[in-house]
Design a protein around this ligand. Structure first.
Ligand SMILES: Cc1cc2nc3c(=O)[nH]c(=O)nc-3n(C[C@H](O)[C@H](O)[C@H](O)COP(=O)(O)O)c2cc1C
Length: 228
């Protein structure tokens, strides 16, 4: 029997180094465990004016049962590479070759720790699924994505533990083509780190970067302040 296909669309221009890819590839591996065939596609490689690129993305979409978009939040919205892909898919695509509609899950991670920051971007994704007639399986909002850093999700430790447990539960639901229920959403839609800890780490990072250029004592400088 042919395996069903899950397509991971990675929306970060940072590609394989991105938090979006780390979250997405963890979820992909879980989909493999659940008997799916998985294809990964970096949207930064998509070129809508190249016919080959266009045809291959549309083909992937048509052949997939489940589509997972993982993307960073950019200025309360989505990176231009994601928006461009959405516009092209909406114009050119895309009913599945056979059977039901494609299921679509969006996973957005933001720099700010509050998951609510991702609400507008998720609404854009929901609007997209309505336009192309995909089945909306849910939206995950990961607050403080940079806290993932170099950690390995498979270790299921520290700040990432709850998110990883949530992703395991999500994969089980996705494999059945079911929308994510409230308990899974509420486990995932939490900041990765408490706000005070996250801000302390970011402030340290900022200070270290400034020290590299010997400007760490000038962090509060206001060179353009009106002196009159
Ligand atoms: C151009 C740009 C715009 C961003 N805008 C926001 C924003 O509006 N809100 C926010 O919380 N984080 C914002 N961020 C931070 C990213 O969402 C965050 O660093 C994310 O973890 C990057 O994920 P990635 O590694 O998958 O690319 C922005 C980052 C960049 C580069």
């Amino acid at each position: 029997m042919n395996k069903k296909q899950c397509l991971l669309l990675v929306g970060s221009p940072r590609g394989l180094k991105s938090n979006s890819y780390k979250i997405g590839s963890y979820l992909s591996n879980k989909m493999l465990d659940n008997g799916f065939m998985v294809k990964e596609y970096l949207l930064r490689d998509f070129n809508s004016s190249n016919n080959k690129s266009l045809v291959s993305l549309m083909e992937l979409i048509r052949e997939s049962e489940i589509i997972v978009l993982t993307s960073p939040l950019y200025v309360d919205s989505l990176p231009s590479i994601v928006i461009e892909a959405m516009e092209v898919i909406a114009e050119k695509c895309c009913t599945k070759k056979t059977g039901n509609k494609q299921g679509f899950l969006a996973v957005i991670n933001s720099g700010f720790p509050e998951p609510v920051q991702n609400d507008t971007a998720l609404k854009i994704c929901l609007n997209f699924t309505r336009k192309v007639d995909f089945k909306w399986l849910g939206g995950l909002k990961i607050g403080g994505g940079p806290a993932i850093g170099k950690q390995v999700l498979e270790d299921k430790q520290g700040l990432l533990k709850n998110m990883v447990i949530g992703l395991d539960m999500a994969a089980g639901r996705l494999a059945k083509g079911e929308s994510l229920p409230e308990d899974v959403l509420s486990l995932l839609n939490k900041p990765l780190a408490p706000k005070w800890l996250y801000l302390t780490i970011l402030n340290f990072g900022w200070w270290f970067q400034a020290r590299k250029y010997n400007v760490h004592k000038k962090l509060y400088a206001m060179p353009y302040q009106d002196t009159e």
